[in-house]
Design a protein around this ligand. Sequence first.
Ligand SMILES: *Cc1c(COP(=O)(O)O)cnc(C)c1O
Ligand SMILES: [Zn+2]
Length: 408
Amino acid sequence: MANIAALRCKECSREYPVGAFNVCDFCFGPLEVVYDLEAIAQVTSRDKITSGPLSLWRYADFLPADYNAQIDINAGFTPLIRSSGLAKKLGLDELWIKNDSVNPSYSFKDRVVAVATAKALELGFETIACASTGNLACSVAAHASRAGIKAYVFIPSDLEKGKVLGAAIYNPTMVAIDGSYDDVNRLCSELADQYPWAFVNINVRPFYADGSKTLGYEVAEQLGWRAPEHAVAPSASGAMFTKIYQGLKEFEQVGIIGNVHTKMHCAQARGCSPIATAYEEGRLVIRPVKPATIAKSLGIGNPADGYYALKTIEASNGSAVIAEENEVADGIKLLAETEGIFTEGAGGVAIAGLKRLVERGTIKKNESTVVYITGNGLKTTEIVEDVVNPIHIDATVTAFEESLGLKA
Ligand SMILES: *Cc1c(COP(=O)(O)O)cnc(C)c1O
Ligand SMILES: [Zn+2]
């Protein structure tokens, strides 16, 4: 059984039994899962992890749900690639790319949905649902298909075609809303009170969020059981960002790795940067914005975990960075051309943010750095459409040579 003791309010610390709740009845603070780290330390070890499945379930001792083959589409344990071309271009000695764009539904959301869905079934739910900026809809629909349960996915109506298709193909009930993600989220919060559905990022959010801890564990394991000096990750709600750090710190606390000194850097796009702007202005209070960014997966104007992301920056001596809208496509192209990895808008933001952090001197040449690439470029082809220009010729050697100015 999962090593979890209770749910606890992040603000007033009141405890609740384990169930489908995400908000404190007393202070309306968000709930989080409480782990018994001493009990986990007794049962976990590097050897046990290494001999586990090649998926995020190798970290099952640290997760709030048990492995369930019924829902498993093999989320997690994605490649950590030592950068050569990009590192050289940026002048870094040790840059690593966590390529989470190759998850089963092509984004890191498979991690959070795998855990939330396993827990939802444990709690007796027969339907899963979500409010999504796109990738979450794809992942919820895919996991529901695998599990043989129903899915309702809610999205803003202006999403990229690749994300709409990438979810619709699994045949969920799909609802497009005229409005922003924040409008979709508000509607879903009301529906979650009225229907017996597990909204993965609403009523079972505490379990959902902890799926992202595996992005911390996995990088530590893949680096040979150590934490990097810097981590750069794109943020929307801020949940993933805070959970990467929590994952690293838990590994430290149970003695799986040594002391963690990772500086956490949060990247957002200019058109929706409520967390990074608060950081720049030295506030711990998020001022909601109306999202207007090309990186639609990051288009959350009122981020649920924005405050906690700012606290993570503070605790880790990290920072936040803003990618200009016109730098997003450049970031996507740079990663593709130097590393052979095609990412979506969020990855473009991460790469543009990384570049700025190096230019600012925040990340230094000899400091080990991991950049999180969280989604796949084939879902957001609109962003880079203008780079598609194959040479178009008749099927003759002469035409080929003429077009390139070649002579055999
Ligand atoms: C959802 C998403 C994020 C941001 O995750 P949060 O936990 O909401 O901050 C980053 N990248 C991609 C590709 C996403 O789909
Ligand atoms: Zn409370």
